[in-house]
Structures are given as structure tokens and as C-alpha cells.
Design a binder for this molecule. Structure first.
Ligand SMILES: [Zn+2]
Length: 227
């Protein structure tokens, strides 16, 4: 009887361990990423996107590269390094489970996975106005931001998707002339909130994004360096 209670307690302790953001086994930047997450939580506080994601029960793999792009012509998933968040769905569940297994060694059920976030700690961006949003056809620079801003943007997508996968999917299909769709509008607003909050404590991480256009990714020295 005592043994049963002991095993029962152990089970509760093991299963109640909070899930977390996890990394590839061979990720050279893992320590830097962990430091950055703590800094983002400190700046944005308990209600920020990163804190919400870091304390959610589902696992998020934060990696630099993964085969998350489905190519319907070739009927296969293709690797990408472009900053993105891929939420788990019925369609991609097996693929995401395979990526977790390959990159972390973890065997997870579909319900344990939140998704896969791709972003580098040393790529900032020059962001351009959304084409067609302004009367001019020439690409005009909207603003430049440090990698931390790109990463916060992607974590905002993760937060929105974890809050409500259904609502997040729905937002992604709602067209927006200025911000492409409602999912991007939400992430850009959170990204701008981060830029302003950092500025309020004397940290310049770049400018505000005023629409959602193309990005040029630029290699920089640290997560806090503006290109
Ligand atoms: Zn986005």
C-alpha cells in the first residue's frame, strides 16, 4: 500500500512537471536562447507572450531549421530557416512528432506538442511596407529591428495559437490590407508593444512596424543588435 502511494506521488510529480521551450540536441545557441527568453520575460513581465509560452503545458521546439513547409506539388515537407511558427494540426502532426524526435530525441503525443518555432538569434531585419498598402509601388523601408524583435513576434504567434488554436487558425484566414491577415496583425501589435516597452527602460531594439510587408534578414552580432 505504501509503495502504491509512493509510486502514485512520483507519477504526479513527474507528470506535473511543466513543459517548456525545448531545443535541438546540436543547437550551439541554446544557452544564448535561454538567456534571451529570460530577458524577454523580464522586460515584458508575466503577461508577455514569452512568459505565457514558457509556462504552458505544451512543448514548443525553438530551432534554427526544420522541415515544416509542405510542398503539395512534391507531396513532401521541405526544410526552411525562415522565421516562422508552425502550429500542430491533424495534417502535420506526424511530421512535427518526427521533427521533435529527430531534433530532441523526445517521443511526444500530438496533445503534448504546441508547435515549432524557427528563428535565429543573430538575424535582424529590414522591414518594408506592405506592397499595395501605400500608394507608392517602390519598396519603402518601414523600420529595422534587432533579432529579439523577430523572436518576440514569433512567440506572439505561439501565444495566440496556444490561447485558442481554433481562433488562431481563423485569424490566419482573415485578410487584412495593412497587416496581411489578423494573425499577423496581432503579432505585429505585440511586437510593437515589445519595442515600446524596451524603449521605456532605455533599450533600443528598433523601430515600430506599421504594416506587414517583406523582410530582408540581416546577420548581426547579437540578439540586441539593430541592422
Ligand atoms: Zn508573423
Amino acid at each position: 500500500m505504501k509503495i502504491t502511494i509512493y509510486i502514485g506521488l512520483m507519477f504526479i510529480l513527474l507528470t506535473s512537471t511543466q513543459a517548456e521551450v525545448v531545443y535541438s540536441d546540436n543547437d550551439q545557441a541554446q544557452a544564448q536562447k535561454e538567456d534571451l527568453l529570460n530577458e524577454l520575460i523580464t522586460i515584458m513581465g508575466d503577461n508577455g507572450a514569452v512568459n505565457y509560452v514558457a509556462h504552458h503545458e505544451k512543448y514548443i521546439l525553438w530551432t534554427n531549421k526544420a522541415a515544416v513547409l509542405f510542398n503539395s506539388a512534391k507531396n513532401e515537407y521541405q526544410e526552411t530557416e525562415l522565421p516562422s511558427f508552425t502550429m500542430i494540426s491533424n495534417k502535420n502532426a506526424q511530421q512535427l512528432q518526427m521533427i521533435f524526435k529527430e531534433q530532441t530525441g523526445m517521443t511526444l503525443t500530438k496533445d503534448q506538442i504546441g508547435g515549432i518555432l524557427i528563428a535565429s538569434t543573430n538575424q535582424g531585419a529590414i522591414m518594408y511596407y506592405r506592397q499595395g498598402y501605400l500608394p507608392t509601388k517602390v519598396d519603402r523601408v518601414d523600420s529595422k529591428v534587432a533579432p529579439a524583435v523577430i523572436i518576440y513576434h514569433e512567440f506572439s504567434h505561439v501565444k495566440d495559437s496556444l490561447l485558442s488554436p481554433l481562433y488562431f487558425s481563423d485569424m490566419a484566414t482573415q485578410f487584412d490590407k495593412r497587416y496581411k491577415n489578423h494573425a499577423e496583425r496581432s503579432a505585429v501589435q505585440q511586437q510593437n508593444d515589445f519595442v515600446l516597452t524596451a524603449r521605456s527602460i532605455g533599450l533600443d531594439v528598433g523601430g515600430l512596424r506599421q504594416s506587414y510587408g517583406k523582410n530582408d534578414l540581416i546577420n548581426v552580432a547579437s540578439p540586441w543588435t539593430i541592422p
